[in-house]
Design a protein around this ligand. Sequence first.
Ligand code: HEC
Length: 116
Amino acid sequence: MALAFHCSKLDFEETREPPPPPPPPRVTVPFPEAMFEQNGCASCHGKDGDGRATLSSNGYMPNFQDKSTYRHGSSLPEILNSIKKGVPGTQMRGYPHLQKEEWRALAQHILGFQKK
Ligand code: HEC
């Protein structure tokens, strides 16, 4: 009786083996996009970079999708420069404190918005 009980307990334990731990959550937001959100860029420039979510007070906001609206250049080095130094006298402050990879990710993200 005791043995039978023991066996059935074992069976019970075997079937109730804890499930394997779930896989770690996938990182679904790519680094450049996360940088654009976390540094507040999206709150002024919009998640899609079109500048419609604007908080700008000087009446000018570039549309990153349209290169003709950039005032300070739409190439990679020019965009990097705008991000590092900002645009003095506007709401676009500089981000000199970021890491090289972070500037690059942000600039690449902006290039990715360009459609024309
Ligand atoms: C408080 C609002 C605000 C935030 C936050 C902000 N920007 Fe800007 N940004 C502006 C405004 C306004 C301009 C236009 C400045 C001007 O009048 O030339 C601008 C200009 C720019 C330009 C130059 C575009 C051109 O006309 O050539 C780039 C590039 C840029 N922003 C990238 C970024 C990035 C990347 C971030 C986040 C790290 C960011 N901005 C955060 C408001 C903002």
